[in-house]
Ligand binder design. Structure first.
Ligand code: BMA
Length: 305
């Protein structure tokens, strides 16, 4: 059976719901996974009942069965210079391992809008805030896992002219960013016609940088968020080398259709296994965390359809 979607949902979905969080909160979604020595760790976006989001950790031996920590890992700053950036919460972490350090790009929200912020950790116990690395009206920041032509590189989604497109920028030091170029835009008439944004940090392949992104189509009953893939040139990621017409995953199951924000599948990270299977972790309906998989070769092929 071909199935409706290229990605196969795991039968244990949703992997994490509010019932798995040991303290009172509203929802858990949009988690970013990493593989560590003895299993998997996921940085979760938890939304508290007061209405803002923060980060917590869940751990797993197999990438499927997760146990959430007893207490949050990183709360919005409540004092100091970061307070004004994070007063509305911290959202959608994306983890990239680079030279042995884990860098986390996340969305800081405040009365002035959304910003991309950068923090790092060595051990997921202590987190160091490094810098706010965008102006207002930007989110969906993902850091490439390698330098490109000697510079750090990121994708992001500035909200210029009311259109959400994906851009690439470069930095010598992770703090000062520039040389911004557009990468791809919403495609009129397609499933990603309203908005696009980076989802998982780019994955290096022989064919280019594989970017798992989200695309939105607006309908008369609101937006539908889907997961897609695009291939970018290794040396110049502003150059799209492959972009297929179909999404990888669309909301279909009740846990994707029904929740605080229905009709949403929204990835924040993926794990490539040694056998070539890719596990894509995604928030479902802004209410739960799920995983869906496909062989890397099929995801790559979909970029060139
Ligand atoms: C996006 C982000 C995500 C969220 C999605 C659907 O703009 O805010 O955190 O999952 O909308 O509500």
């Amino acid at each position: 059976m071909a199935g409706r979607d290229l990605l196969q949902r795991h039968e244990d979905n949703p992997l994490l719901t509010v019932d798995d969080i040991p303290y009172r909160c509203n929802t858990v979604f949009n988690g970013s996974p990493v593989k560590i020595d003895d299993g998997y760790l996921m940085l979760l976006r938890v939304e508290g009942q007061q209405g803002y989001s923060f980060f917590s950790i869940a751990r797993s031996p197999d990438g499927i069965h997760f146990t959430a920590d007893d207490a949050p890992a990183m709360l919005p700053a409540s004092e100091g210079p970061w307070q004004m950036w994070e007063e509305g919460g911290i959202e959608d972490p994306r983890i990239t391992r680079f030279d042995g350090t884990y860098y986390i790009l996340y969305t800081a929200t405040s009365r002035y809008g959304h910003y991309i912020a950068l923090a790092s950790t060595e051990d997921f116990e202590a987190f160091t805030r490094i810098a706010v690395i965008s102006g207002p009206g930007n989110k969906d920041g993902v850091l490439f896992p390698d330098r490109i032509r000697g510079l750090y590189a990121r994708l992001d989604r500035p909200f210029g002219n009311g259109v959400g497109s994906v851009w690439v920028s470069y930095s010598p030091d992770l703090i000062h960013w520039g040389r911004s170029r557009i990468v791809f835009r919403p495609r009129p008439r397609f499933w990603d016609s309203y908005r696009v944004g980076a989802s998982a940090p780019p994955i290096r392949t022989d064919w280019g940088w594989l970017e798992i992104y989200h695309g939105v189509r607006m309908t008369s009953s609101g937006p539908i968020y889907r997961i897609g893939a695009i291939m970018l040139d290794l040396q110049d990621p502003s150059r799209v080398v492959g972009h297929g017409p179909l999404p990888l995953l669309s909301p279909r199951e009740d846990y994707e259709r029904i929740g605080d924000v229905g009709n949403v599948v929204f990835a924040c990270g993926a794990v490539v296994e040694d056998d070539g299977q890719v596990k894509i972790y995604y928030g479902a309906a802004d209410t739960a965390i799920c995983v869906a998989t496909a062989p890397m070769e099929r995801i790559i092929a979909s970029c060139f359809e």
